[in-house]
Structure formats: structure tokens, C-alpha cells
Design a protein around this ligand. Structure first.
Ligand code: PEP
Length: 246
């Protein structure tokens, strides 16, 4: 049985006061029956590490460089994230693919850089609405995941995958549990063909997960938790989603 993971993606939100309240609210609701993490903006990693020290809550970042160090102005290496105690780093979020033109290969290289430093990449894949409407969902998510599988090689079993249909992110329009499960099953099969660890790997669903739809999504056999955007910014909502996971 796979233990579920609920990871918050704060995106570019937060300030010292709001962060402290949010983290305290989540910490006060422990224990959870699932793994729980928050992926925060880089400048808030330090205070998050302090706030969550001594708890079983984990934290991480929302992106990383594929490079170890060097003349890459504005980038942040995984080694730096590791120094702040990050357990996870999100790579390939659709907002990075869309606004920063990140290619499948760059996302794969970031995932590899993360694992090389012992940080677990949460690798996002997902189709746009136009791709879904033209029947390309499977081709797109398999292409995105394939680049990562090939780049990670024998380490592929160590990543977390997140299926995030682009049309469901921040739109209030969630994939139905059946739609999500169908894609998760495709991804699980792809992982099965590539690694002996597919049965224990976590595949998260992300896209307008809220307290009122989380339980039915998480009840699907191949959905192992969620990557949560908007609802991770309110302690009560995030805690309710964590409770729905276990
Ligand atoms: C996300 O940004 O990863 C996400 C799933 O956002 P939301 O939950 O707001 O749709």
C-alpha cells in the first residue's frame, strides 16, 4: 500500500506574517495519516525550515537549476536547496513550461540534478485543453514522462510524478476522478515498463483540488495524493485535504 503525499505549491504567494500563520496552522493540525509537504518560494525556505523543524512536515522548492553552480544569474541550485533541508523540489510545473519555455529535456535534467543531491523531484506532466480536445492527452503526458525516465535511468523509481492537466490548474475546473484515474493508470503502466519500483511510486493529482473533491480523487487506485495550489494557502483547506488523504 502506498502512503499518500499531499504537497502544497504556494506559487508566488506569501509574506512573513501570513507564512508564519499558515505553517503554524498546519503544524497544529498534526498528526496526519499521510506525508505532508509545502513547496514555498525560495526566500521563505529559511523561515519554513525553522517553523517546521522537529515536526514530520516536509518542505521544498518550486523549481531548481539543472546546473550545480556557475554563472547562471538568477538560478538556484539543488545543492543550495539541500542546505535549507528541502526534501522535495517541483520540476516541470506547467507555469514553468509555459512562461519560461522549459523543454521536456530541461525538466528531465532538473529532476536528475535533484536526485543527485538527494532531493526528491516532483515531476509535473499534463496536457493543455487543446491537446485534450484533440485526443492527444496520452501522447503528451507519455512524451513528457519519457524524457525524465530516460534521463534518470535506474534512478527513475525515486521520483514523484504529478499529473496536472493544465486546464484544471487554478481554473476551478477539476478533472473528474475517472478522467484523472485514466491518465494515472497510463502513467503507472509507463513507469512499470521502465522500472521495477512502479508499484511503490507516488503519482499525485493536481488541478483545483479542494476540500470537497479531494476524497473522491484520492480514492482512485492510482492517485497517491495531491499537488495543491490555491487551496494550500489556507490552513483550514489544506488541512482538510490532508485529512482526506489519510
Ligand atoms: C498547482 O499549481 O500545482 C495547482 C494544482 O494549482 P491549483 O490547485 O490552484 O489548481
Amino acid at each position: 500500500m502506498r502512503r499518500k503525499l499531499v504537497a502544497g505549491n504556494w506559487k508566488m504567494h506569501g509574506n512573513h506574517k501570513a507564512n508564519a500563520e499558515l505553517l503554524a496552522g498546519i503544524a497544529a493540525a498534526r498528526p496526519f495519516g499521510c506525508d505532508v509537504a509545502v513547496c514555498v518560494p525560495f526566500p521563505y525556505l529559511s523561515e519554513t525550515a525553522v517553523a517546521l523543524a522537529g515536526t514530520d512536515l516536509r518542505w521544498g522548492a518550486q523549481d531548481c537549476s539543472a546546473h550545480e553552480q556557475g554563472a547562471y544569474t538568477g538560478e538556484v541550485s539543488v545543492g543550495m536547496l539541500a542546505e535549507f533541508g528541502c526534501r522535495y523540489v517541483i520540476v516541470g510545473h506547467s507555469e514553468r513550461r509555459q512562461y519560461h519555455h522549459e523543454s521536456d529535456q530541461l525538466v528531465a535534467d532538473k529532476a536528475k540534478a535533484a536526485l543527485a543531491r538527494g532531493v526528491t523531484p516532483i515531476v509535473c506532466v499534463g496536457e493543455t485543453l487543446a491537446e485534450r480536445d484533440t485526443g492527444q492527452t496520452e501522447v503528451v503526458v507519455k512524451r513528457q514522462l519519457s524524457a525524465v525516465i530516460h534521463t534518470l535511468g535506474h534512478c527513475a523509481g525515486e521520483m514523484v510524478v504529478a499529473y496536472e492537466p493544465v486546464w484544471a490548474i487554478g481554473t476551478g475546473r477539476t478533472a473528474t476522478p475517472e478522467q484523472a484515474q485514466a491518465v494515472h493508470a497510463v502513467l503507472r503502466a509507463q513507469l512499470q515498463a521502465a522500472t521495477a519500483h512502479a508499484a511503490t511510486m507516488k503519482i499525485l493529482y493536481g488541478g483545483s483540488v479542494k476540500p470537497d473533491n479531494a476524497a473522491t480523487l484520492f480514492a482512485q487506485p492510482d492517485i497517491d495524493g495531491g499537488l495543491i495550489g490555491g487551496a494550500s494557502l489556507k490552513a483550514a483547506d489544506f488541512v482538510a485535504i490532508c485529512r482526506a488523504a489519510g
